[in-house]
Design a protein around this ligand. Structure first.
Ligand SMILES: C[S@@+](CC[C@H](N)C(=O)[O-])C[C@H]1O[C@@H](n2cnc3c(N)ncnc32)[C@H](O)[C@@H]1O
Length: 302
């Protein structure tokens, strides 16, 4: 940044520091301090806004917001340690929660069921066969991979976190116990280099990522690597990846969990997909980019 930029930032940092210390922001500070002790504490929408706003102001004053991610090993380790690093929640509780994802409550089940239904619809619209070979990036505990394997797909789930793979493998074993063919497997693999980790299994009819690309250390590199996993004519699907406002809305969560919570613009995502050799880019959502609505995008490998 030039000296003009530094000057502007110096000015906004001083104002942010003054606002963060003002009595008006005291409720936000108190909530955030409590949240740093207990990730699961009940917070209303207003409470989240107050706490998140105070944190952004304080961190901007300290030169920490907007976040810059320079250390790849630190970013990877934050994701790997996710279950063990949640304030106020033991690793065992986090694992137990994710063994049953998405059956947490009616609201979360409704949301995830709608997202899965939408993804299945996208595959159908793109002509991905019902028994097509799928690769998931950032699969977490593997709940989506599991349902897609039940649907009939052959699915490989990948994630950076060995704890995730441990849960996913239990889900895969449960399907075999239920008499389904062994068509679900999991691997530890950073998505930035996922093509190398699944070379022996590919190429795939479709590779997808759901609510995880924005966690990557380098989402651009991840799109490039994902494209290399596809057969000619195969599809890359980016499902429910957050828009730019996420950098503000989820900053609090990212700081609590030591993970990347950033938003991406539609034009940057489409540009990277094209640079990766994908054609016929489909924009399912948002029709007109507003910086807020999450992205559902697909592109076909030449
Ligand atoms: C918000 S979770 C979403 C998980 C899953 N898609 C779901 O719906 O449950 C983000 C996932 O991305 C994984 N992740 C983060 N950075 C990654 C990276 N660089 N490469 C591969 N996976 C990564 C995390 O370990 C986690 O499993």
């Amino acid at each position: 940044m030039g000296s003009e930029g530094n000057k502007a930032r110096g000015w906004t940092r001083r104002v942010a520091g003054w606002l963060a210390a003002s009595p008006a922001m005291r409720p936000g500070r108190r909530l955030m301090e409590a949240n740093f002790q207990d990730y699961h504490m009940p917070l209303s929408k207003v409470g989240k806004v107050l706490a998140g706003t105070w944190l952004i102001l304080r961190d901007h004053a300290d030169g920490l917001f907007p976040p810059t991610f320079e250390d790849q090993q630190k970013a990877y380790q934050g994701e790997i340690d996710y279950f063990a690093s949640i304030p106020g929640a033991a690793r065992e509780r986090m694992i137990a929660d994710h063994v049953v994802k998405p059956f947490w409550n009616s609201a979360s089940f409704g949301k995830y069921a709608a997202d899965l239904t939408r993804l299945m619809g996208v595959f159908e619209e793109l002509g991905v066969p019902a028994d097509g070979r799928l690769l998931e990036l950032g699969c977490g505990c593997g709940w989506m991979a599991e349902f897609l394997a039940i649907r009939g797909h052959d699915v490989t789930g990948t994630t950076i976190a060995p704890d995730d793979v441990g849960i996913g493998e239990k889900r895969a074993a449960a399907l075999v116990t239920r008499g389904l063919p062994p068509r679900l497997r999991f691997r530890v693999a950073p998505m930035e280099t996922v093509d190398e980790a699944v070379k022996d299994l590919g190429p795939f009819d479709a590779t997808f990522v759901f609510e995880a690309l924005h966690h990557a250390y380098d989402w651009r590199k991840s799109i490039q690597a994902a494209a290399r996993t596809l057969r000619p004519g195969g599809w890359l699907v980016l499902a429910n990846e957050p828009n730019l406002a996420h950098t503000f809305i989820s900053y609090r969560v990212g700081r609590l969990t030591n993970t990347h919570e950033i938003g991406m613009s539609g034009s940057a995502l489409r540009g990277e997909m094209t640079a990766a050799g994908l054609r016929d880019i489909r924009v399912f959502q948002p029709r007109w980019d507003n910086g807020l609505t999450a992205h559902w995008l697909a592109g076909r490998m030449r």
